[in-house]
Design a protein around this ligand. Structure first.
Ligand SMILES: [Zn+2]
Length: 227
């Protein structure tokens, strides 16, 4: 114990007196809490001690208790570039040539688009490349009303399209047709940008547009489409 009892309030600004139950203790102690603002004080508030810079071996080494920091607001913005691996690089190389490349799992007999080197169903190594058509069927779609710099003017349609020869649908834009006329089962074909404008990018396909063929009946279900 110190030789002289402490006098006056422990802090020189508004604070609260509180009973504090330390973790592991069965009784509470009374101490000052510097919560920063009166409205921050409430029963159940988690606190920890703020120690004086120079401890003296007295109980007054604890200047007061302060709230635990459980949350901070930190606005974060991240810009990044995707560096494709070997399989995606192979896929984009073919996209630059105007070819959509899939991969066939010999174990599952499923063709996956985009091309990948391992089967998402069984994990087997995919060793067979399989070019798929740039025509397909809309399995499901969404009408978007929020502008996107990569898309046509709103409302525009994004859709899952089951390309002919593939067993899982691929997401893409649908264009060349009013949004309200897009439907499940609609037949579409890729609209490519001119060859001289192509890069290793999905932007080579402007969107998929209706072919005018009769709709496909999807009532029996769609492979991998969950419809
Ligand atoms: Zn497989």
């Amino acid at each position: 114990m110190g030789a002289h009892p402490a006098r006056g309030p422990p802090l020189d600004r508004p604070f609260a007196w509180a009973t504090i139950r330390l973790d592991g203790a069965d009784t509470s102690l009374v101490h000052a809490v510097d919560a920063g603002a009166a409205k921050a004080m409430r029963p159940g508030l988690r606190v920890r001690p703020r120690w004086r810079e120079r401890p003296s071996g007295n109980i007054t080494d604890i200047e007061c208790f302060v709230p635990e920091v459980t949350m901070i607001n930190a606005p974060v913005r991240a810009e990044y570039r995707v560096r494709p691996g070997a399989a995606l690089t192979r896929f984009f190389t073919k996209i630059e040539d105007g070819v959509i490349l899939g991969g066939r799992c010999a174990t599952c007999d499923q063709v996956y688009v985009p091309y990948r080197t391992s089967c998402p169903s069984c994990g087997a190594l995919i060793q067979e490349e399989r070019e798929v058509a740039d025509t397909g069927t809309v399995t499901t779609f969404a009408i978007n009303n929020l502008p996107d710099p990569r898309a046509p003017e709103v409302p525009f349609v994004s859709a899952y399209i089951l390309l002919d020869g593939a067993d899982i649908p691929m997401i893409a834009l649908v264009g060349g047709v009013p949004a309200h006329e897009v439907r499940q089962g609609m037949r579409v074909r890729a609209v490519w940008v001119p060859p001289e404008e192509r890069t290793m990018s999905m932007a080579n396909i402007r969107w998929f547009a209706p072919t005018g063929e009769p709709d496909v009946d999807l009532s029996a279900g769609v492979p991998g489409g969950g419809v």
